[in-house]
Design a binder for this molecule. Structure first.
Ligand code: IVH
Length: 659
């Protein structure tokens, strides 16, 4: 077959698999087979650059960096919606509407909390994606939207259309992103909407590609006079073209609409993404022209906004947390209160500017809310309830732990304790070092670290590896049994073998999160090669920018840090990258399931062996599974694998493949 034809076939196949996975949520191909196709396409396109096209699925990987955003004129304005806050508002909407369009029926759908975007397809190919902007002119974000896997690059039919929908970040992806940013010492996003908006407004599309974004299409842009289908038929049509669309409820009375809105509201916490309301639309598109528009919004639709999830409580105290980087965060201690089914007793106050802007004081009654439905924050103070004599808030000027005078960050927003030996920073740094995603020392939680620190056994990272010299003393201490200390010491010893990226991440170098640590460890292979590198070499690495590079260089330039690393090496810590290398792993991209008992190794060991070779271990047998490793007494998983025709290896075969 000629190359051009092969490329076209691959593009079609990959697009189909992307659609099945990201839109239908029903994959029909294993990850390995998918990766193989994608790799083949990448290689063919690299070998034949003239055959590379803008609609290729390889474009989803990101990499286009723009100088600035182009402006895009919207052919039809992007309206917003009027709001209804209660059933009464919905009934009033119905009365107004029925006066001009007595035959109208309704569609109710979820109102996703993200940002609106318009997608243009020419001959079925995605040619432009734009933000709403001011409704008339938006910004070109095509490079970023192409990285969203549920957005088709090519439609099922070669049509010229424009569609509109909402780009959002699923809750799980938001939590993962913030966790990683926090670990890397970077500012976290306040809610999934801000995270999605921040990702779409990047000039470098690799950032969006890296963050899990999704998009649901809610309308087809067409002039009202051209409309022939109902809204529901339009959505069906859009789904057939390959788009991910919203679930809808058809209602033929306003009472049914109200019921549907309340039903969506009652389930709001169960959805994998944030919603901030429901949207009620007239189903008959042919009536839109008659019903008409206000300057800002259509009269044929309304947003039913949920009751704000707010609660009234009192601020009992304001505490100051010292983070690993020395950043001081004021935290409100609240009289416990229930919001959306969970008890809230703390709220972040961000920084002193935030507290002053809202004039928050200890003893105040405050309204609190779960921001983006996840992290509680103070909305406002109920000033009428303020008691006489309540004192204005005063920010601390010295560290609450070590009393060192605090300094302002460059942005002026945050205060920092710069004392390198501050006990709060030290314990936070130790807690980070042993944490699951860093050195993963089991049994060494927050409380144990603090206790060992307070008792004087643990002042620095190397002390962790000297705890074994204090075994007897630790046993004598109440609450530390012989068994538990031995277990802890065993886990500590085991962590010495960790691959370099865990150590690097654990050191808490600013801007070096889990991912960057891995990239660095893989690139340099050994710590000493890394210590001797300069900014130039570092920025040459993909994914490493100026900010990270100079932070790394500064870290290793510090004699204390180098001495500590020498100590760690002398204590026997591995300083090499021992993880898998892409392309060389024997099990690259393969999905394994383990079942039954293995004789010569534990399950964790088998799992580590597989992962070290690029494979993945999952819990249950499915179409996605490539190999089932069956030990003794394998049961139903074996039967299932056999029925699906999946490869089954016994322990001997597995061990041969490992060699
Ligand atoms: S229809 C004519 N449907 O809500 C207005 N909007 O306040 C067309 N939104 O800017 C909007 N989910 O970004 C519609 N299912 C949905 C929606 C939705 C979220 C957003 C949209 C719009 C804003 C209106």
């Amino acid at each position: 077959m000629d190359v051009k034809q092969r490329i076209e076939t691959l593009k079609k196949q990959i697009n189909r698999y992307d659609y099945e996975y990201h839109v239908l949520d029903a994959p029909t191909i294993s990850d390995v087979a998918y990766d193989k196709l994608l790799r083949e396409l990448i290689e063919l396109e690299e070998a034949h650059p003239t055959l590379k096209s803008d609609d290729s699925p390889t474009q989803r990987i990101g990499g286009r960096v723009l100088e600035g955003f182009d402006k895009v004129d919207h052919t039809l304005p992007m309206f917003s919606l009027a709001n209804a806050f209660n059933p009464g508002d919905l009934k009033a909407f119905d009365r107004r509407l029925k006066a001009v369009a007595p035959g109208a029926t309704y569609i109710v759908e979820r109102k996703l909390d993200g940002l609106a975007a318009a997608l243009t397809y020419t001959q079925g190919k995605l040619t432009c994606a734009a933000t709403r902007g001011n409704g008339v002119v938006g910004e070109d974000i095509t490079h970023n939207v192409k990285t969203i896997r549920s957005v088709p690059m090519t439609l099922q039919k070669a049509v010229d259309i424009e569609v509109r929908g909402e780009i959002f970040m699923p809750k799980a992806a938001f939590l993962r992103l913030n966790e990683a940013r926090e670990a890397a010492g970077e500012a976290t996003f306040k809610n999934p909407r801000n995270a999605a908006a921040g990702s779409v407004r990047q000039l470098d599309s690799r950032i969006a590609a890296d963050r899990t974004l999704d998009m649901v299409i809610y309308s087809l842009s067409e002039r009202d006079e051209d409309a022939t289908m109902t809204h529901q038929e339009t959505l069906d049509h859009l789904r057939d073209l390959g788009f991910k669309t919203n679930d809808v409820v058809a209602c033929d009375s306003i009472d049914a609409v109200i019921e549907a809105c309340l039903e969506i509201e009652s389930k709001r916490n169960d959805y994998p993404f944030d919603i901030d309301g429901a949207v009620v639309k007239v189903n008959e598109r042919t009536l839109y022209k008659t019903i008409g528009y206000t300057a800002k919004s259509p009269k044929w639709a309304i947003a039913y906004k949920f009751q704000a999830e707010e609660a009234l409580t009192r601020i009992e105290a304001i505490l100051f947390q010292v983070g690993r980087t020395g950043q001081i965060t004021p935290v409100a201690v609240l009289r416990p209160v229930d919001i959306q089914g969970s008890t809230v007793s703390r709220a972040t106050l961000h920084n002193d500017g935030y507290i002053r802007d809202k004039d928050i004081r200890v003893g105040d009654d405050v309204l609190i809310r779960k921001a983006g439905d996840i992290i509680p924050e103070v909305v406002s103070v109920v000033l009428e309830n303020r008691k006489a004599g309540v004192k204005p808030f005063e920010m601390i000027s010295t560290c609450p732990k070590c009393h060192t005078p605090l300094t302002r960050s460059e942005s002026e927003a945050d205060l920092y304790c710069e004392n390198p030996t501050c006990p709060a920073k030290r314990t936070e740094a130790l807690i980070h070092f042993v944490s699951r995603r860093a050195m993963d020392i089991e049994g060494m939680g927050h409380r144990i670290v603090e206790m060992l620190y307070n008792e004087g056994y643990l002042a620095s990272i190397p002390d962790i590896y000297r705890l074994k010299d204090h075994r007897e003393a630790l046993i004598r201490r109440a609450g530390f049994g012989e068994k538990s200390i031995d277990k802890l010491l065993k886990h500590i010893e085991k962590s010495k073998q960790n691959s370099l990226e865990r150590l690097l991440f654990g050191l808490g170098i600013r801007y070096v999160g889990e991912k960057v640590a891995k990239v660095l460890a893989m690139h340099f292979g050994t710590l000493s090669d890394m210590i001797h590198s300069g900014v130039e070499e570092l920025v040459a690495i993909d994914e490493v920018g100026e900010k990270i590079a100079s932070s790394v260089v500064d870290y290793f330039a510090d004699a204390h840090h180098r001495a500590m690393l020498e100590e760690l090496a002398a204590l026997g810590l591995n300083m090499k990258y021992t993880g898998k290398r892409p392309e060389s792993g024997a099990f690259n991209g393969m999905v394994f399931v383990l079942t039954g008992k293995l004789d010569s190794m534990t399950r964790d060991e088998a799992k580590a062996d597989i992962e070290a070779r690029g494979g993945k271990v999952t819990g249950s047998v499915s179409q996605q599974t490539d190999v089932l490793i069956a030990g003794e007494d394998a049961g139903s998983k074996l039967a299932k694998a056999q029925s699906l025709g999946i490869d089954v290896w016994d322990e001997t075969t597995f061990k041969q493949r490992l060699m």
